[in-house]
Ligand binder design. Structure first.
Ligand code: GDP
Ligand code: MG
Length: 468
């Protein structure tokens, strides 16, 4: 994926990270290379300019200039900025009542029908029942295609051959899905070779008739900037809620992925990675950024850069641990560090077998945020002595952080376990020291800490994203 872009960016970053001193001149040169690489990948020109300007500004900032490894810090800034430009990971919306209605829209051949089926199978794996609805009535073959995919994967398909009024079909499908208590109704619609008003008007009517919760634009990533302008048009007419970028396995150059969020302000929610039914992935901006920059190599640099920034803090923590003063306050700053590093997940990727661990449900970024929310809802005293928090205080903490008392209990218990473990293994020292890389042994210690499980319906309160 995006090989050309990755090669070009790696060349640019190689030069940059070797710099012992960062100056306006060498930053300007690197930014020129990066900008060229982005434009060649068909990134929108304004987006590319905005990207390099922001990166350059941060690279010339105080923190980088003072650092002992400015080149590496600069590379980290490129990674962070790219992640930011790609957006935030956002999951499929869930409506308060069943079924959640999802409309798939887009140009002809973009992958709507395939993606509708892929999505229903994706949901099935999460124990959600989805019903498909065939609303591409202009080509009988399109109904066949959806029905075949449904049959192959054991997903019910609602269709009305001969009926040309898509609003009526969708309404009937919705009633049926309600009656049978389906979790999702996924409506496959017709596309055109180009956006035309008739098609869009039909979609606008359909959207209001079924009261669609989620309108996913399916766009072919290989179209680059054209995919971005398609997204823009659809968004203006329909207020789409997300984008699925398909055919990322093909010769897409990366331009669409990098520009879409910036231009439309709509998140990419899924990516299509092949023709087969299970080749649909949730879109994770941080993973995509590390992929674009050429994973392992760059990420390990990013990690080192982050560690270096916080070396002093690590020493302080080690001291506290020795004196048995390590408390939830310190733990909070650990969590935040982890978030800076792109979550525990991205650290795990360095380790042998770590990619498997990274897929463990307990370890995703949302959970880290949830733990952070709990600790933030505690008073200073509670953070210092979590073992003394009374049940009524726990109740308040749960309320304040949008969690359950069980989650608070779990966090406190696990924190105490972890504290003991860290003392025994010196995990903290290993984790934070720039000389000693992360070790599996260390992680074993960390594995002792588990975020609240998904089953507990753990939803941290939404925070406003800070504009940087
Ligand atoms: N390689 C690849 N092909 C895809 C992907 N998604 C869809 N396709 C193919 O693109 C073609 C058009 O897909 P279809 O779902 O019929 O598009 P629609 O006209 O928007 O409904 C089919 O041959 C699909 O197999 C993808 O993620 N990767
Ligand atoms: Mg179709």
């Amino acid at each position: 994926m995006f090989e050309n872009l990755t090669n070009k960016l790696q060349d640019a970053l190689k030069k940059l990270r070797g710099q012992a001193v960062i100056s306006e001149a060498n930053i300007a040169e690197s930014m020129k290379d990066i900008r060229e690489a982005l434009l060649e990948a068909d990134v929108n020109r304004e987006v590319a300019d905005d990207f390099v300007n922001k990166v350059a500004k941060e690279c010339l900032g105080e923190a980088v200039l003072r650092s002992v490894t400015p080149g590496q810090q600069a590379v980290k800034i490129v990674y962070d900025k790219l992640t930011e430009f790609l957006g935030e990971a956002e999951s499929l919306l869930v409506s308060g009542k069943k079924p959640t209605v999802v409309m798939m829209v887009g140009l002809h051949g973009s992958g709507k029908t395939t993606t509708s089926a892929k999505l229903s199978v994706f949901l099935k794996k999460q124990n959600k029942r989805a019903m498909l609805c065939a609303c591409d009535v202009y080509r009988p073959a399109a109904i066949d295609q959806l029905e075949i995919l449904g049959k192959e994967n054991d997903i019910p398909v609602f269709s009305r051959r001969g009926e040309m009024d898509v609003c009526r079909i969708a309404t009937d499908a919705l009633n049926e899905a309600q009656d049978q208590s389906f979790d999702y109704l996924i409506i496959d619609t017709a596309g055109r070779l180009q956006i035309d008003t008739d098609m869009v008007q039909e979609l606008v009517r359909l959207k209001s008739v079924v009261n669609a919760d989620e309108i996913l634009l399916v766009a072919d990533a290989a179209l680059g900037q054209q995919a971005v302008s398609v997204a823009k048009h659809f968004h203006e007419a329909l207020s789409i809620t997300g984008v699925v970028l398909t055919k990322m396995d093909g010769d897409a150059r990366g331009g669409a992925a990098i520009s879409i969020k910036q231009v439309t302000n709509c998140p990419i929610k899924f990516v299509g990675l092949g023709e087969r039914i299970n080749e649909l992935d949730i879109f994770y901006p941080d993973r995509m950024a590390s992929r674009i920059l050429g994973m392992g190599d760059i990420l390990s640099l990013v990690e080192k850069a982050a560690v270096e920034m916080d070396q002093e803090e690590a020493e302080k923590l080690q001291e506290k641990l020795k004196k048995n003063e390590f408390d939830l306050e310190d733990f909070l700053s650990q969590l935040r560090q982890m978030k800076k590093l792109g979550g525990l997940e991205s650290i795990l990727k360095f380790l042998p077998g770590g990619d498997q661990l990274a897929n463990m449900p307990e370890l995703d970024g949302k959970q880290l945020k949830g733990m952070e929310a709990i600790i933030c809802s505690m008073t200073k005293e509670e953070r210092a002595k979590p073992e003394n928090i009374t049940p009524s205080r726990k109740n308040r903490i749960a309320k304040g952080s949008g969690t359950k008392v069980e989650d608070v209990n779990k966090l406190v218990k696990q924190f105490l376990n972890m504290k003991q473990m860290m003392k025994k293994t010196g995990l903290l020292r290993n984790m934070m020291s720039g000389n000693a890389p992360l070790s599996m042994g260390g992680l074993g210690g960390f594995g002792g800490f588990r975020a609240p499980s998904r089953g507990s319906n753990f939803t941290p309160p939404k925070k406003k994203r800070k504009k940087r």
